[in-house]
Write a new protein. Structure first.
Length: 342
């Protein structure tokens, strides 16, 4: 069983997944051990993954058989385990709990070489719909406080298999990054009775210099204080706190916006590795009403996607300070991305 441990100095939780059993010698050759050429995510290899949790299939095809469009399976090497209870305990100044959570893989297409940005919009809509549906399902489990959907593209961004896939990890604690965003959003709301994100989006739309694209429902911005070159913030233009509540009509607009952002990144930056992640509200339903974050969360928090091309590394200064040195001004990045011809 993996274990969650809390560091009282940084206030950060860490997953100790020692059953992955990495010894010193295992680290230099970290590449996965699947035989070259074999891909467990390809159609026909369904028996090589754990049994599927959900899928979108052509009529008549059965679970764990060929004939799917999108398939969700448990991660074969999960960072957290679905079974068991949390068994929270203190050990002196330390806190620990069992590594209970969910770790799922969303196989986005049967086509091994299909880049997400080349997917037909209707196929991308199906991927987004399954992200939403998995979130809605996992929110019911009251052991989970946060559910993160993310994608690693390219080995340098952490993808160990090249077949198009995204992942979902449900954690029994709210991650510190989210707590920071929630606190800022709540403080802004309490002072001004407005959503911080809506204010930012409005301001960016008025100035226009950091806008990458904008459709009827979504806007992509190079954030004013981007940590990384060509970082992008993609969000609904109109207030919405929860990705779990996204409608099918909104999914269409999101698919269009996400596809275009990814196409622009590929063309502009020569197909770089990237990470993206969805920040939505924590699992509010399991929280007691009195807990301080939550009383205005529906009006103060605004869900969004953060996209980070991996063009620069994180080195000593960043680790030591939490400061980032970004060699490309976001205004320049937005201009390049906006103006590149697709
Ligand atoms: Zn494959
Ligand atoms: Zn808002
Ligand atoms: Zn965020």
């Amino acid at each position: 069983m993996p274990e969650l441990r809390h560091d009282p100095i940084s206030k950060r939780w860490v997953i100790i997944a020692s059953e992955r059993g990495r010894r010193p010698d295992d680290f230099p050759k970290q590449a996965d051990t699947t035989p070259a050429g074999f891909c467990p995510f390809c159609e026909g290899n369904e028996s090589k993954t754990p049994p599927e949790i959900a899928a979108i299939r052509y009529n008549g095809s059965g679970p764990n058989q060929p004939g799917w469009k999108v398939r969700v399976v448990p991660n074969k090497f999960p960072a957290l385990r679905i079974e068991g209870n949390l068994d929270r305990r203190g050990l002196g100044v330390h806190d620990r709990m069992n590594g209970v959570g969910a770790h799922e893989v969303i196989i986005e297409t049967p086509k091994h070489d299909l880049n997400m940005c080349d997917m037909p919009v209707s196929d991308l809509e199906q991927v987004i719909r399954i992200w939403r549906d998995r979130l809605v399902d996992l929110v019911r489990d009251n052991r989970f406080k946060y559910i993160l959907i993310f994608k690693n593209y390219g080995a340098a961004a952490g993808a160990s298999l090249s077949h198009p896939h995204s992942q979902l990890i449900a954690t029994p604690v709210t991650p510190l990054t989210l707590t920071g965003e929630l606190t800022s959003a709540k403080e802004h709301y309490h002072e001004k009775e407005r959503c911080l994100f809506c204010d930012l989006i409005q301001q960016e739309l008025e100035s226009g210099e950091r806008i990458v694209l904008c459709n009827d429902q979504f806007v992509a911005i190079a954030p004013f204080a981007s940590r990384f070159p060509f970082e992008i913030f993609l969000a609904p233009r109109y207030h919405n706190h929860s990705f779990a509540e996204i409608s099918d009509a909104m999914i269409r607009h999101l698919a269009l916006a996400l596809k275009e952002v990814l196409l622009r990144i590929r063309k502009c930056l020569n197909d770089p590795p990237y990470n993206f992640l969805i920040h939505t509200i924590p699992n509010v339903k399991v929280r007691p009403k009195r807990t301080s974050y939550w009383d205005t969360i529906e009006v103060d928090f605004h869900w969004h996607i953060e996209i980070m091309p991996r063009l620069t590394g994180i080195a000593g200064f960043e680790w030591g300070t939490g400061f980032y040195i970004n060699p490309t001004a976001p205004e320049e990045a937005a201009k390049y991305l906006r103006e590149i011809e697709l």
